[in-house]
Design a protein around this ligand. Sequence first.
Ligand code: NAD
Length: 502
Amino acid sequence: MSDYKLFINGEYTEAASGETFPTTNPATGAKIGDVAKAGKEDAVKAMEAARKAFDEGPWPKMSGKERAEKVRRIAELIGQKSAQFAEMESKDSGGTMRKAQLADVNGAIEAYNWYATCAEGEDTEALPGSPFPPSENYIRYEPYGVTTGIIPFNFPFIMAAWKIAPSIAAGNTCVIKPASLTSITALMLGEVMQEAEIPPGVVNIIAGPGATAGEELAVNPMVDKTAFTGSTEVGKRIMQLASGTVKAVTLELGGKSANIVLPDADLDVAAAGVLFGTFMHNGQVCESGTRALVHRSVYDEFIGMLAERANKMVIGDPLDFATDLGPLVSRSQVETVERYVALGREEVGEPICGGSKPDNLAEGLDRDAFYLPTIFAGVPNSAKIAQEEIFGPVLCVIPFDSDEEAVAIANDSIYGLGGGVWSTDIDRAKKVAHGMQTGTVWINDYHLLSSQRPFGGYKQSGIGRELGIQGYNAYRQIKHVHVNPQTDRGGHMHYAMLSSAL
Ligand code: NAD
């Protein structure tokens, strides 16, 4: 028996195989519970439920306003249970309670409310003018049908919201699969769907391995659109799997974003921003600014500020509100970081701070799951630690001499997801931002994502956009309707293109 079950067709259920897998609190290594382990059979069941709910159920036939009411109810119920969700998100992922409350739970509530607002909008759009007068043309936005959402370990609750909310607000039905390391809060959403009276089959949530349950969600012909957030490597596989039936695909993938400090920046604010941009959630954020590009004229002073402040971060129990950094998501993630830090030592020498697991952690915490914020200075952009996504608390600082060089370094990456520019001259900062090949640039800020603004990647950071009206439209087909009001022969002279005998 599992403690956390799959949510299929409006009901909680064990996996068909009866198999479970344990999930632990990375901060302590203590087991939280057993999770039902979905395989291919469960994924198919979930998709069949979604298919039936779309083809025969009331959901896609409801008006946008009616759906919006239900989606807002989801937001309201999450608000009522916010303490419960935040605590479990922190325990299961190792993220701090501060982040869980401020970013994860509030961000998810914002997402359901935002997409409810989108659903209240028009689903037809008149097209002005006419290429073939007196005919009229308009667009109808329609749901795709069944959408699947596969999400990564780092922000399970908010990522679930970013996949469920736009899908169902637009009239689709969906199946969501969180990552095995952090699946509990997404599974807990089933209860919210029941309380919000979302019809059975409209939202299905399964946890299980990517190689079986996950692949089925991307390949199965029952699916019309698949949205994946995760590593670039798996994203490429998703594209291949989805190509068999030419599914619509949205990919939100990895990053190695540049955070550019121009010489006229307020260094105090920029140093705080660079640290926030890198170490929030221990660098396990796709758009983290893990390459700080710093103008040579302020370079020495700036790296001193970075090291001094990074050393002051409070590392400990993520449930404690005083904690800045908790554990990484798993010991295995720490091992990846250790491998990259060893590589960094070979490539550029000793880091200016960090470079090991922390000492003096409180009793009961698993030291093997923690890692100190680590900064390598004087890193050539060609180094592997500057090119590859580490997904841990490691910052590379790279000097530059001109704005043009900063842009060229920023763009010398296979990724293009986030980025920052720090300057007191906003026009200059905008010029730099416009030169960067990346989906989001913050000027004098970092990490501020909102459901109301589009987010996505250039290059190997992804395809398409989530969030904003663009993210809503990514869950809607565009149907063009041409209306010829002339029902007589005179209105059809263009048939002569084929034959005058028509
Ligand atoms: P991952 O790619 O290993 O796994 C992501 C999800 O895909 C999980 O649910 C996993 O079970 C599933 N999966 C794995 N193999 C699969 C397969 N063959 N078929 C179908 N599904 C499969 O990523 P992760 O380690 O969970 O997360 C970290 C990665 O996610 C980083 O690269 C990070 O940059 C990226 N990420 C991107 C964004 C974004 O918006 N661009 C946001 C968060 C994380």
